[in-house]
Design a protein around this ligand. Sequence first.
Ligand code: G6P
Length: 608
Amino acid sequence: MCGIVGFTGARETAPLLLEGLKRLEYRGYDSAGIAVMGDQVIQVEKVSGKVQKLSDKTDGGAAVPGCTGIGHTRWATHGAPTDLNAHPHLSNDGRFAVVHNGIIENFAELREELIAAGYTFQSETDTEVIVHLLESFDGGDLKTTVMRTVARLEGSYALGVLCSDKPDTLYAVKEASPLILGVGIGENYFASDVTALVSYTKNAIYLDDGDFAELTPAGITVFDSTGKKIEKPVSRITWTVEAAEKGGYDHFMLKEIMEQPAAVRAAIAPRVKDGEVHLDEFDLSPEELKQFNKIVITACGSAYYAGCAAKYALESLCRIPTEVVLASELRYGEPLIDSHTLLIVISQSGETADTIAAMKECRSRGAKALAIVNVVESTIAKLADWTLYTWAGPEIAVATTKGYTTQLAVLFLLAMSMGRKLGTLDDDRYPALLYDILRLPKLIQNAIDLNHGIPALAKKYHKSPSLFFIGRNTDWAVALEGALKMKEISYIHAESYAAGELKHGTIALIEEGTPVIAVCCNEHLVDKTISNIVEVKARGARVLAVALRGNHKIVSQANDVIFIPEINTLFSPILAVIPMQLLAYHVAKENGCDIDKPKNLAKSVTVE
Ligand code: G6P
């Protein structure tokens, strides 16, 4: 969702802000703007639409001269995506400009107050109250003005503030929304995430909620919420510029699909030593693990489906009842959670608002939280009792691929590690699982290689108005993710059903030519799913089956078959999802969709 950048230094800032905004495009947005400190006055340029439009409007930034500025990509919440609602917002006297990510929950009351005090509003946004508050509290000292303003705000906000009284100074404020400072030489930066910083610096300061910072070309000073100066460590950014670029692929999504063998290797290899799984970041003793009588997994989107797929491994290998609950549901429920619950929180970005809220709710009930997260130092990673990073590298395409498979890899390792310590994973089963987990990167590569026929299949299926994905048990979990991938990027209606449930309703929707994607990779249940294939075919369905290589029975039953390498059932989702990703990708490509930035969706959903 919204992206923020800020720059102060000796270089022209507008081109740098535009480049930073381009790197944040993947977060999802519908308008863009910049504010630059010019000769005594702040110049604001904003447009509804793409960063490229803003770049064209400003002649690549040349029309907005100055060395200190802020920029923003907006994902509309309060008010339509119009030029006026785009950020930055300017105070009535033109001396303050603000960009904001998050939601100001008490904006209506503040707006009324400010209108009564004579301030004029240009937009329908919640953000605009901030800039008028800054003007109303202005007493000459910018730090005090920012603090007094922030004291009135309720909700979530990452802010970038520019004031013409201090032309080379920026303020950055973080509360429940991501904001990272970049430390340069003779110049400093802030951004919503490190992808916008990597071209300029490898040194970052991660703010905690309540922190704010003053940036000048000469340095960065960080303060806590009381205004006390605090020392923050400078961390090294491990992501590279190349990793955040397409590298010859047509789309980030395809690049990220192809990166999965390496990403899964990075997640697994350092954690298996001498034939045992070692999770140093979650190194609990058997006695400590035995305190948990229940596992609750919470997440949103694909991360939730990774939880659905991993539940089977956790229950099978650890024998602990495992519930998977959508974060947006869990946060408002009355979950039966206490200090004997192990909460597993899954999130690629580590910033998903509902997931954070669910995590806080469960922790307030005594649960201990283990986070499985990709983005280092993200909010979820910081809130957790333990964090296992997935080490997938930057994921830019909105529709997750390597984010999901690395989550699965870490969850499988977790199930194996806990199972060993609890004594529920015995020596009979362990060697085969260890063999399979170590082979996963290679098997994923095989699954990609086996799928060269998918572009041709996409041509058969891309015009269908509706697709059904079916499977049982682990296969159903993959079917859920497959349907999500398809609807996210191709905009085709796609639904997933537990194959055994078909006859309780969904089968009524099957007619001549209806495509059904049947996942048949669970070796224990494949015959059952074949029966369902027969049922839907009898009603006219055209069936595309995803099956383990060597399953010849399926060839005579399905219209088309995609094979994946053989693997034990518990780990099969990590391979079965590969054709789902490729099918969605190629169908979307056939349909000319904006694959990396699908309409209405955002990569990092930082509002409820
Ligand atoms: C958005 C993304 C999905 C992602 C979900 C959860 O909907 O488009 O790809 O699965 O958010 O995000 P998280 O960062 O918490 O994994």
